[in-house]
Design a protein around this ligand. Structure first.
Ligand SMILES: *Cc1c(COP(=O)(O)O)cnc(C)c1O
Length: 450
């Protein structure tokens, strides 16, 4: 297997040339095919003798890659797109070709050191103390679950007699929070949100007090506030929720998978006031911090709690646990890990943090521009004034089927990728703008089709 011959060398050139081309040109949007269609084109690619690198690459570049939507296309505005910087994407090639191990200091000290500096940048933006720290995990789902598990470990240590543990959040919280509660088999305290969808400290405090007087043997171990909901970009009132949580000794977790990226934009920084009170927070650099999939920054105010919760113990691991080294494996639900924070670190190190503020502001400006065009269009109506870079709106007179038809045609015509969402039971459209290469013309061209 491990031989570097002429074939491998020429394949390396081919792969680098393909990657470079992909980085240089705006890729086509592309779109999915069915498994039958793909089979008809490539057949069974796993064979006894192998296709050879050149042929296998051709299968990928000529067929498979074209059946994957380019999530970094400037007109991919669905879900939360991806917009890795060139530096981050290039460095992913390095991470992929060096077999770096990111789980322990012993094996990956240099990589872990660099990742930790990138985490430090985020901690400092949030105003967390110098002792804070964490790890890059696969995504926000694992980040949220890991943080909540740490919160419950602390609560159990403090109050061993509680019969049932409960986590509080509002109905606007991300699906991964409900999923975490199910996995952990804890109860959910549903905190009523304000009419515009944000949760306040007052509503949270009252919900807790009412719940505990009715259920005195239960314990509320955490509250999750969302800093930028996925659908509309709504930000809970972090400051008052953080205060109410602290006065009741409840862990304050901030889910900023999408929104906390905007901490680096001075124009919106004040929307996140109170985030410095967080016991833990997450933000996904693969969403709005110009890093490739998959990387979620998970940061704890007091990482020693997370270490108690997550360190795996076994005879074959104990050498890693001697001494005070920082082992990223100890801070989340995982063991083996790719040094997935390195592309983000490289891009930050190469470009400098000012460049991040500029790119972030560019996306915020384009979102404002989109909102302005929508306000001016008599057929369209904003669902809410955008706070960050998600712009949600409706088309007067349209039913779900009209939105679906429009969306399918938009992709088929390769004009854009915008899928319908829903808000309060009615269909809506939304642009999620995280790509600094998305232009005013991109937005105008898509809106013209409405
Ligand atoms: C995307 C998102 C998540 C989940 O993150 P993944 O990286 O997709 O696992 C959690 N919370 C919010 C608010 C999100 O937008």
């Amino acid at each position: 297997m491990h031989e570097f011959n002429d074939e491998v060398e020429s394949l390396a050139h081919e792969i680098l040339a393909y990657s470079l081309e992909r980085l240089k040109a705006d890729p086509p949007l592309d779109g999915p095919l069915s498994a039958e269609e793909l089979y008809a084109k490539v057949g069974n690619t796993i064979t006894k003798d192998g296709l050879g690198g050149h042929e296998a690459l051709k299968v990928f570049t000529d067929v498979l890659a074209l059946a994957c939507i380019s999530t970094d296309h400037p007109r991919y505005l669905s879900f939360i797109p991806s917009a890795p910087s060139e530096h981050a994407n290039l460095f992913d090639l390095v991470v992929g070709s060096t077999a770096l191990y990111g789980g322990s200091w012993l094996e990956g000290a240099g990589a872990v050191f660099a990742e930790n500096q990138a985490l430090r940048w985020i901690s400092d933006l949030a105003g967390l103390p110098q002792e804070s720290g964490g790890v890059f995990v696969q995504g926000g789902t694992i980040g949220n679950l890991s943080a909540l598990v740490a919160a419950r470990v602390l609560a159990r240590e403090r109050e061993p007699d509680i019969t049932r543990w409960v986590v509080a959040f509002s109905s606007e919280a991300h699906s991964s929070i409900k999923s975490a509660a199910e996995i952990m088999d804890v109860l959910v305290l549903d905190v009523p949100a304000e009419p515009d969808g944000h949760m306040t400290g007052r509503a949270f405090g009252k919900a807790v007090d009412d719940y505990l007087s009715a259920n005195p043997t239960h314990g509320i171990f955490a509250v999750v506030a969302t800093a930028g909901t996925t659908n509309l970009g709504i930000i809970d009132d972090l400051d008052s929720i953080g205060q109410e949580a602290k006065s009741r000794e409840i862990w304050f977790h901030v889910d900023g998978a999408y929104g906390l990226a905007a901490l680096c934009a001075p124009s919106v920084r004040q929307l996140f006031n109170g985030v410095q009170r967080a016991d833990s927070l997450i933000v996904d650099p693969h969403k709005w911090l110009f890093a490739p999939f998959d990387a979620c920054a998970l940061i704890y105010r007091d990482p020693s709690i997370a270490k108690r919760a997550h360190t795996q113990h076994a005879s074959y691991l104990e050498t890693l646990e001697e001494g005070s080294d920082w082992n990223p494996s100890d801070y989340a639900i995982h063991l083996t890990r790719r040094a997935r924070g390195l592309p983000f670190w490289f891009s930050l190190a190469a470009n400098g943090t000012d460049e991040y503020a500029t790119a972030m502001q560019q996306t915020l400006d384009i979102a404002n521009y989109a909102a302005q065009l929508i306000r001016e269009n008599p057929n369209l109506e904003l669902v809410a004034e955008p706070l960050l870079s998600i712009v949600a709106f409706t088309r007067t007179g349209w039913e779900k089927a009209d939105y679906d038809r429009w969306s399918e045609k938009l992709l088929a015509d390769q004009i854009g990728f915008v899928v319908p969402s829903a808000h309060q039971g009615r269909p809506i459209l939304r642009f999620a703008i995280v790509n600094p290469w998305t232009t005013e013309k991109d937005i105008a061209d898509i809106l013209k089709t409405l």
